[in-house]
Design a protein around this ligand. Structure first.
Ligand code: DX5
Ligand code: ZN
Length: 218
């Protein structure tokens, strides 16, 4: 399976987001990971639908939108109209997960599910046959630049086994504290896509540096 990288623009320079997206894409990124935070589900506030709408025409690779917001059902339609290619919801953020996943598919978008580190994997089991992507958080959602939580690797292994034994067809994505050391643990455990913010956008803002950072994660 191809090792795919999804740079998180949370660690990019928001003053030149379009340029940053074009540079990481040329540098070999497979997805653009967009971290949406509402200051309620997580103690941070970032970007919303209008930014997705602005970057959509610029991005030649899929927009992997991670909603860290309360009651995401209020915004599913708008985020998909804005250009999301994958829309990933937190199991802790809604009481309507099944309806939300079905709506995402009805609107022609790929559906993802994710969980906080302290949430047990059994909380998402009943949705695994409904999703195209499962995002394993290896940090507490809310900020970039945190340390990788090694005890979450078990969830990656579980999801790989479940997919094999139940004919699942989701991609396994890992998000938080991924760098050139922890990335190897994630690939070995069965990850398909790694999200990385600080590890990709660190250092010089050049295509060469971004390419080196991305290659260092594979
Ligand atoms: C955290 C976000 C992550 C974060 C990753 O809530 O969901 O995507 O931006 O940043 P790094 O790779 O720096 O941990
Ligand atoms: Zn994220």
């Amino acid at each position: 399976m191809k090792k795919m990288i999804a740079p998180s623009i949370l660690s990019a320079d928001f003053a030149k987001l379009g340029e940053e997206i074009q540079m990481v894409t040329t540098a070999g990124a497979d997805f653009i990971h967009v971290d949406v935070m509402d200051g309620h589900f997580v103690p941070n506030l970032t970007i919303g639908m209008s930014v997705v709408k602005s970057i959509n025409p610029i991005s030649k690779i899929p927009l992997d939108v991670h909603l860290m917001i309360e009651k995401p059902e209020k915004y599913i339609r708008e985020f998909i109209t804005a250009g999301s290619d994958y829309l990933t919801l937190h199991v802790e953020s809604t009481t309507q997960m099944e309806e939300n996943l079905k709506l995402i598919h009805e609107l022609g978008c790929k559906a993802g599910i994710t969980l906080r580190p302290k949430t047990d994997i059994n909380e998402i089991k009943k949705y695994l046959h409904l999703v195209d992507l499962v995002l394993v958080m290896t940090v507490e959602p809310g900020f970039g630049g945190q340390s990788f939580m090694h005890d979450q690797i078990e969830k990656i292994k579980y999801l790989k086994n479940w997919r094999e034994q139940n004919n699942g067809n989701y991609l396994i994505e890992v998000d938080g504290g991924v760098d050139s050391v922890t990335s190897k643990l994630c690939w070995d455990a069965g990850a398909d896509i790694l999200v990385a913010g600080s590890a990709v956008f660190k250092g010089e803002k050049t295509i060469e540096n971004y390419r080196k950072n991305i290659e260092g994660l594979k």
